[in-house]
Structure formats: structure tokens, C-alpha cells
Design a protein around this ligand. Structure first.
Ligand code: GLU
Length: 276
């Protein structure tokens, strides 16, 4: 006898949903970036060496190249990638709302962010350091930032590392991007910008008078953000990152973008965090 009544209707609805999504009851019904034939990828637009939007609208930098490599490994060629700007303040929402499929934007893996985002990687481990306004003496370590005006980029973790984690009583001055921080520093509106050494190295090339104090005090594990729960996509990105190191691409890109910076570059594959 065929089942009838509400239970049968519910079964039929479930079966239809399974058929429509093409994955039946046994398969994964969660969307994954491994199914994408196009990718919208969030990067930075004003961080030299990492993510810069050129006047013609194209993007360039280490993060852009890493993202392009990963997309290629996922079967998406450059002409089917759309890059878009994701400032630090919008990264979690951009993923949750589906405005981007993936983020490669100096995006540190942190416990708080892991609650909202699934992170592949890290694809690189940077370290927080501090760049000081030209001519300002007496700042040789993070503790010397007490009473000094530091840039507080909205949505970024760097100023929190100083004020909340290290409990150094610096004065946070809010800005939207690290590019804005550097402009403020150049105008004398800030005493220091404390953030990842890769970011500072990129800026230091154009702000030669500013001084990096060379007192790294954190590990910033740069992750590839995907929508929360896309574990299949995360695993595929991790395979791509492993290959990027094994085939020499990571070393080539690091040297191309940061070879002249004086930074000690790590060219072995980082320890992955695990996809959660
Ligand atoms: N990596 C740090 C972070 O994710 C600073 C750079 C940034 O905000 O993009 O908070």
C-alpha cells in the first residue's frame, strides 16, 4: 500500500528537493565552490604588493595571484574570475550574503572569525610589526605604542592585537583601509601603523621615510575564506595550496612581490588549520 496523508506529502517533497538539487538523500546538499564554473573573489584594492586595483579596474598583487592559482586548480580559468574589493570591515558579511565565493585578502584566521567563516590554509604566515611616522623617536617595540595614535582599521585585527591582546594603552584612530592609514601617517595624523609585515613591506616601498621597527610579535595565518560549512571547498583549496608550494609557484610569487623588501620569506607549505 502506498503511504498517504501528510507523511507521504512530506516524503514526496523531500524526494523532489533531492531530485531538484541533483544530489539525492545520500549526497551533500550544501553548496560548494567546487561546483562553480565562475568565481567571484574578494581581495584588497589599496595594499601594494598584495591587492591593488589599477586604474583600468584590474587587480594585481600576491593575493590576486594566489587566488588565480587556486581558482585554476578548482577548474576556473582567469577569464571566469571576477575580482571585487573586500575591505576588512565587510569580509564576513560578503561571504555570508553570497556576494563573494572566496576571499583572499590578508585575512587572518582567528577563533572569532572561524565562527562565521570556513578557512582553508593558511597559504602564508605573516607577522605583525609596526611602521612609525618619519622622525618619531623612541618606538622600538609594541609596548612603546602606549599613548601613541595608531591606526584602527575597521574589521581588522591588528589594532586589537596591540590594545586588547597586549593591553598596550595606544590611542586607536579609526580608518577604513590600510591605504587610508598610510595617507594619515604621511599627513602626521597618526604616529604608527601596526599590522602584518607583508602589508607594511608593500607600503614601505613607496613611503621610504617611514621606519619599520622590526619587532614582529604575532603569527598572522592568512586564510582563504569560503562560506561557513563548505568543507569540501575548503579541502579542495588546501590541495591547491599544497600544490602551489610543491610546484614552486608560491616561492616564485613571494620572491616576485616581496623579494626586494628585506623580509625573510618562508617558502615551505604552512601547517594547515583544518577545515571547520
Ligand atoms: N591580517 C590582519 C587581519 O585580518 C590585518 C590585515 C587586514 O585587516 O586585512 O585582521
Amino acid at each position: 500500500m502506498r503511504p498517504t496523508g501528510p507523511a507521504a506529502a512530506a516524503l514526496a517533497a523531500l524526494a523532489a528537493a533531492g531530485a531538484l538539487s541533483g544530489c539525492g538523500f545520500g549526497g551533500s546538499e550544501r553548496p560548494t565552490i567546487t561546483d562553480n564554473d565562475r568565481l567571484v573573489i574578494g581581495v584588497k584594492e589599496d595594499q601594494p604588493g598584495l591587492g591593488v586595483k589599477d586604474p583600468d579596474g584590474t587587480y594585481e598583487g600576491f593575493d590576486v595571484d594566489v587566488a588565480t592559482y587556486i581558482a585554476g586548480e578548482l577548474g576556473v580559468p582567469p577569464e571566469r574570475i571576477e575580482f571585487t574589493t573586500t575591505d576588512s570591515s565587510v569580509r564576513e558579511d560578503a561571504l555570508a550574503e553570497g556576494r563573494v565565493d572566496m576571499i583572499v585578502a590578508t585575512y587572518s584566521i582567528t577563533a572569532a572569525r572561524k565562527r562565521e567563516v570556513t578557512f582553508a590554509g593558511p597559504y602564508y604566515v605573516a607577522h605583525q610589526d609596526t611602521l612609525v611616522r618619519p622622525g618619531l623617536p623612541g618606538i622600538d617595540g609594541v609596548r612603546d605604542l602606549a599613548g601613541r595614535r595608531i591606526c584602527a582599521v575597521r574589521g581588522s585585527n591588528s589594532w586589537r592585537r596591540v590594545i586588547e591582546e597586549r593591553e598596550v594603552a595606544a590611542v586607536p584612530v579609526p580608518h577604513w583601509t590600510y591605504g587610508a592609514c598610510m595617507n594619515a601617517l604621511a599627513r602626521g595624523g597618526l604616529d604608527a601603523v601596526s599590522t602584518d609585515d607583508l602589508i607594511l613591506a608593500g607600503f614601505a616601498a613607496s613611503y621610504r621615510s617611514a621606519r619599520i621597527i622590526n619587532d614582529p610579535f604575532t603569527d598572522e595565518k592568512y586564510g582563504v575564506g569560503v562560506r561557513k560549512g563548505d568543507l569540501e571547498g575548503c579541502a579542495a583549496v588546501n590541495r591547491a595550496i599544497t600544490r602551489m608550494y610543491q610546484d614552486g609557484t608560491a616561492e616564485r610569487l613571494l620572491r616576485a612581490w616581496f623579494g626586494g623588501s628585506g623580509l625573510e620569506l618562508t617558502t615551505s607549505v604552512p601547517q594547515f588549520e583544518g577545515c571547520t
